[in-house]
Design a protein around this ligand. Structure first.
Ligand code: FES
Length: 125
């Protein structure tokens, strides 16, 4: 598939993301800094965010790639318990200060992509 011109970056296969399950991590360059990001599936849709809590700018998963709570309904920061909505990144409780930084995704023909933007770039190898 030709994704040139769309700024689409391959993230994972669709089957790698189970609803309410483990996240798939990926790296981005955000505002010139390499940052971790993650994708999850929630109610069938893929959502991706920078792995950076809005309470304190640190990664949220104490256990790698586990962001959902036990119910699979909320994303948690393991440090102080901030709670975020999986579909919007909005704060839903705890000490968060605003919403997670969302990354646009696209799912096509069994492949999940994320879309780069002027301040959000793939890591150059
Ligand atoms: S760093 Fe995430 S809740 Fe404090």
């Amino acid at each position: 598939m030709d994704t040139s011109g769309e700024d689409l970056q391959t993230l994972c296969r669709s089957g790698d993301l189970a609803d309410g399950g483990r996240a798939v991590p990926f790296d981005v360059v955000y505002a010139g800094q390499t940052c971790r990001a993650f994708a999850v599936r929630y109610r069938g849709q893929v959502h991706a965010y920078l792995n950076r809590c809005t309470h304190v700018a640190m990664e949220m998963d104490w256990q790698p790639d586990r962001f959902f709570d036990d119910t699979g309904q909320w994303l948690l920061c393991s440090t102080h318990g901030a709670v975020y909505r999986p579909d919007t990144g909005d704060c839903a409780g705890g000490p968060c200060r605003g919403k997670l930084f969302g990354i646009e995704t696209l799912e096509r023909d069994g492949i999940v992509f994320w879309r780069s933007q002027y301040h959000l770039k793939p890591v150059e190898f």
